[in-house]
Each structure stands twice: as C-alpha cells, then as structure tokens.
Write a protein that binds this ligand. Structure first.
Ligand code: OGA
Ligand code: NI
Length: 357
C-alpha cells in the first residue's frame, strides 16, 4: 500500500484546540474506556532502571562489567532505562529541548510553512496514520531526518528560532555517537561480536531521525492520551523528556509505570528491529503518553535505525534448535509502512510478524 499525498481530513492543530480555552475536547480525541489513563496504573514508587554510563569507561574492570550487566538486565526485563553521564552536556540537552519549545511557540503562520504530509511525514504534523475517522492523539510534532545525509535537508528544518538548526546538528551528532556505543554494548551483552549490530544496521549508513513531540495542556486529560500505546518500530530510541512534566508511561506486565526522569537523563528504549535481530531476547516494550491539565510537555524522540533497505533478521548465533527464528527477514522500509499507514497500535506490528511454526 502506498501513502496518499495528503491527509484524509482537514488538519487540526492540537495546540490551537488547547489555546481556544474550550473546557471540552472534541469527540475524536476521546479514547475508549480501557485505553484511558486511569486504568492499571502502577504504584508511584516504581521507576525504570537508572544507569550511570560513566561505568562503561571506568578504569576498574569490575565497574565496567557491573555496568554492562545493569544494561543487560534492563534490556531483558524492561526494554527501557534511563542513562546519565551519557556524554551530552547538560546545556546541550536543555538547549535542545528549549529551542524546540520556542519553535512550538512561534506563530501558527511560521509553523504552517512546514506542514507535513503522509508521504514523508517530514515537518510539522498533528497525526500519525491516515485512516479516515481515526481517534487522534492529543499532540502535535515535528519530524526531520539527520541520516542518511541524502535525506537530510536543512530547508525542511525550521529556520526559526535562528539557532535551531545549529543546536539540532550538535545534538544529533552526539546521539549518533551514543547510538554506536549502545549498539556495541548490546552486541557484547547478547554474546555477539562487538560490531555485529552496528554492521547489521548498515555500518556508517544507519538512519537517524528526530520526532519532537509537543503535548499541549488538555482540559480533559482523563479521556485522552498524548500518544497512544505503541512500540517504536526502529532500532534504539533516545528520548529526551521534559523534566518538569511527567507523561511517559511504560507497560510492565499489566500495569503502566510512569517514568520519573532524572536530571539531564536520556531515556533509552529497544525498538522492534532489535527485537527481531535479538530473536526476542530483547523486546521492544509498549509505551504511551498521558497529558496534563495545567502544563504543556515537550519531548525529543531520536530514532536510531538500520539502513532502510537492508534485510533485518534474527542473528544466526541466537537461532538454535530450542530457540528457532521467530521472525522472517524484512527491510525496515517494508516494516515502517505498517505504522505509517495505521498509526500507533500497541505492538500489533511486531507480533504479526511472527513466522508460523
Ligand atoms: C515516541 C514516544 C514518548 C514521549 O515519540 O515514540 O514514545 O515521552 N514519545 O514523548
Ligand atoms: Ni515511542
């Protein structure tokens, strides 16, 4: 199925709805009762693991090994963790988040210049998926490509605020560096050659793209979601949360755990392609975002992805008579089309891939 050239319905900016000050949200943002935020929330003292990446470069072998082990456990048991001492300066992460907040507070006229279409999703958008009549999420976003360089086009990045492009360049470079570090750590932890995953992703030819999410204040936060439950389709996601407003929830068993971000931390999660490559030793975990009546929220989701036309399949070393390959080979391009067509729908896409035994 190919993507249509335009959205099936007129685009409504959630920010405009929010700013209209109406006390009631339109019906098309109202989720069915089982999907609403109040159902199955976990106790507030539970959080995803917090890992100090400084341990990876410690002079002490025991510390390095303990750090690898913490990451291994987090990948197997949570699929989500937050990292500190990741090498990105505090000013850079704060600066990146705040420059995007400023962008969303530019006039509608400025933002509309970048209005996106379902063909590439690049630019300023307000929905994922193009099914007519779909129930929508309470958020706007901005999507752009950094890698491969053939897809990077500064003209598709906002020209305002003036330093945005420079800040995004610097932030992107650091995220790609961190992505390489973590792919190596995951390879080692999975018992693969240290460069296995980086090579499986295409070596230097990986993909990296950024979705900045803007969750406006919502007058009826109990009825809707900022982002519906989904797993990330790509390789690894690096999420820079808004430290002032929580909102991200991670599924753990039948409960939703609200992530409490540490200062200057970056949240890391496993995407569907690592689930496939690891033959489900690591799982991409469902997550969603709830919204707030008094506070807007900004987050930067950086997707570190395999080169889009490479076949992704379970690593042969992880396929054994007792653990047969559970996924067929598929390129990331083919895979991504599922989500772009239907919008966020839990984990149905990676689950539907499972090869029949
Ligand atoms: C995403 C995502 C979470 C957040 O963009 O894929 O899960 O906290 N974002 O905004
Ligand atoms: Ni996500």
């Amino acid at each position: 199925m190919t993507c249509p050239g335009d959205w099936p319905e007129p685009v409504v900016r959630v920010q405009s709805l929010s700013e209209s000050g109406k006390p009631i949200i339109p019906d098309r943002y109202i989720k069915p009762p089982p999907d609403r935020p109040s159902v199955n929330s976990s106790p507030p003292d539970i959080n995803i693991p917090l890992i100090d990446l400084a341990g990876l470069t410690s002079d002490d072998l025991a510390v390095r090994e303990a750090t690898l082990m913490e990451i291994s456990v987090a990948c197997r048991e949570w699929g989500f963790f937050q990292v500190i001492n990741h090498g990105l300066k505090g000013e850079l992460v704060d600066g990146a988040r705040e420059i995007w907040r400023e962008f969303f507070h530019e006039s509608m006229e400025v933002k509309q210049k970048y209005a996106n279409s379902p063909k590439t999703y690049e630019g300023y958008g307000s929905r994922l998926g193009f099914q007519k009549g779909a129930i929508l999420d309470w958020s706007d976003y901005y999507f752009l490509h950094y890698l491969p360089s053939s897809l990077k086009d500064h003209h598709k990045w906002p020209a305002q605020p003036p330093s945005l492009r420079e800040v995004v360049e610097e932030y992107s470079k650091e995220i790609v560096r961190l992505g390489k570090v973590l792919l190596e750590v995951f390879s080692i932890n999975l018992g693969l050659k240290h460069d296995y995953l980086q090579n499986a992703f295409g070596g230097e030819d990986i993909g990296a793209c950024l979705r900045v999410n803007f969750y406006p204040k919502c007058p009826q936060p109990d009825l809707t979601l900022g982002l519906s439950s989904h797993s990330d389709p790509g390789g690894i996601t690096f999420l820079l949360p808004d430290e002032n407003v929580s909102g991200l929830q991670v599924r753990r068993a039948q409960q939703w755990v609200t992530v409490k971000p540490a200062r200057h931390a970056i949240i890391v999660n496993i995407g569907d392609q690592i689930q496939v490559l690891s033959n489900a030793v690591y799982k991409s975990v469902e997550h969603r975002v709830i919204v707030n009546p008094d506070k807007e929220r900004v987050s930067l989701a950086y997707f570190y992805n395999p080169k889009s036309d490479l076949l992704i399949r379970p690593a042969p070393e992880l396929v054994t008579p007792t653990t047969p390959a559970i996924y067929p080979s598929m390129t990331f391009d083919e895979y991504r089309l599922f989500i772009r067509t239907r919008g966020p729908q839990g984990k149905s896409q990676v689950d539907s891939l499972k090869s029949p035994k």
